[in-house]
Design a protein around this ligand. Structure first.
Ligand code: FAD
Length: 433
């Protein structure tokens, strides 16, 4: 391609398309290169998007028919043992009324396509079924474009935004992002289970376009550091589970085995009973936190979204971090284009914007969270069992005096996790979150 662009964006996911919208809206000549047949064709995630981050890019997204499945009005957290489930749930009328669209579920195949259409509407050029294979550099090492797998597929641009997601051979090849360690990556699998709308409404206690998220921890990952989820869509339920790559390799467990175990758990099985499997997908999740974030810019390039390891593992937020980083990268590019200086001296403004934003602030706040999960394996093995046994003791009604029941409950817990370990966990958890 002879034409020279102001910006070439690698990847048509939330980060890349956010940047493309902002750039194209302001008149920049921008190209998005996506390896999928269409944006979203190869993408998957749990399913929750955040209205604030999207609204900063497309303020009237609801009027523009954003393919929202259900608004989230209730968030549940469940801690599962083999047989039991301890749950905490929060439902608030504000999420039905004034905070509508705070968080909502979408399917990536529909959403990414819709989002990319908005960017095209603003004037961005989208090229699909094309893989960026390398970056082009000048003699001084400045990035001046990208190479693709198409014949004569070199694309010259004043600046390149890498928004190619976590599983990026390009990042490793270019050396701009050090290859992630297995301990910093989780492998997640997800199944989409079709159910009639009224069955979902009844099972999750919602109606209309309202929905529920359920984040799940405990023994479902078979002692491995990981989490699971169940989210409601309009006519389907997303159920998924992921575990740290290092743990999966150590235990030689196949991800679909974890998913099957989750689906059979007594607290989960009734939610998906008689459902029809529609889709099965697997994807990596960057869980290394703040310390795994690479340098975000250089001469002629920037890195955004999962490619920059931006994922909040505690709150399970990634799409909003991707969109915000894409937006801030685009604002920096616009400033640099205005100055006519695309060197790292100007592009470092992106790093400064990111430091000022919730994205890096949150990752910094929770920088110890990954190591908390890594060092406290009891969270996924003995603690759920001990907690479940303790609660069973407390809730069993017979003629035993309550004081004795409390003592037995405490012994059940301590029998699974020693006192020192429990105290250490409380201390480390307090420091991490
Ligand atoms: C199981 C799972 C559940 C999740 N749940 C949630 C959730 O509920 N809420 C949430 O906010 N986040 C969630 N996340 C995280 C969220 O999906 C990511 O943080 C977000 O998608 C990152 O967006 P991105 O644009 O940076 O990368 P991606 O969404 O990965 O997009 C990258 C794009 O680049 C393209 N690409 C890659 N390489 C090339 C190349 N060489 N050439 C051309 N194109 C290329 C890909 O095809 C893709 O379209 C979840 C992730 C997983 C895996």
């Amino acid at each position: 391609m002879e034409e020279k662009f102001d910006a070439a964006i690698v990847g048509g996911g939330p980060a890349g398309i956010s940047a493309a919208c902002i750039l194209a809206k302001r008149g920049a000549k921008v190209i998005v290169i996506e390896r999928g047949e269409y944006p979203g064709a190869k993408n998957m995630f749990g399913g929750v998007l955040y209205g604030r981050a999207l609204g900063r890019i497309i303020p009237d997204y609801a009027q523009k028919n954003c393919p929202i499945e259900r608004n989230i009005v209730e968030s549940r957290v469940s801690y599962l043992s083999e047989e039991g489930s301890i749950s905490f749930s929060y439902r608030d009328q504000a999420f039905f009324e004034k905070l509508q669209n705070n968080a909502f579920t979408v399917g990536r195949a529909k959403f990414d396509r819709w989002f990319a259409d908005q960017a095209k509407g603003f004037g961005a050029l989208l090229v699909c079924s094309t893989v960026v294979t390398d970056l082009m550099k000048d003699g001084a090492g400045r990035v001046i474009g990208v190479k693709t797998d198409r014949a004569e597929g070199e694309v010259r641009a004043k600046v390149v935004l890498l928004a190619d997601g976590v599983n990026s051979p390009l990042a490793a090849k270019t050396g701009f992002r050090p290859e992630a360690r297995p301990g910093q990556i989780a492998l997640a699998v997800k199944e989409l289970i079709g159910l009639p709308e009224e069955v979902i409404d009844e099972r999750f206690g919602v109606s209309g376009a309202n929905g529920v998220t359920n984040e799940i921890l405990g023994s479902v990952t078979g002692g491995m550091n990981g989490v699971a989820f169940v989210y409601t869509n309009r006519r389907s339920v997303s159920i998924g589970i992921g575990a740290n790559l290092a743990d999966l390799a150590r235990q030689r467990v196949r991800p679909y085995e974890m998913l099957e175990r989750l689906k059979l758990h007594p607290a989960i099985e009734p939610l998906i009973k008689d459902g029809k499997p529609l889709e099965y997908l697997a994807h990596w999740v960057p869980e290394g936190g703040y310390d795994s974030v690479p340098k975000l810019f250089g001469d002629g390039f920037l890195i955004a979204g999962d490619s920059a390891m931006l994922f909040n593992a505690l709150h399970r937020e990634g799409s909003n971090l991707a969109m915000t980083s894409g937006r801030l990268a685009a604002e920096t590019i616009l400033e640099a284009l205005g100055k006519g200086d695309l060197s790292s001296a100007t592009l470092k403004g992106y790093s400064e914007r990111m430091k000022e934003s919730f994205v890096l602030k949150d990752l910094k706040t929770y920088r110890r969270f990954s190591s908390l999960l890594e060092t406290h394996g009891e969270l996924f093995s003995t603690l759920p069992k001990g907690a479940s046994e303790a609660l069973r003791q407390i809730l069993t009604v017979d003629e035993t005096p309550k004081k004795a029941r409390r003592q037995t409950a405490w012994e059940a817990l301590r029998g699974r996790v020693g006192l020192f370990r429990l105290l250490r966990l409380v201390f480390d958890a307090w420091r991490a979150v």
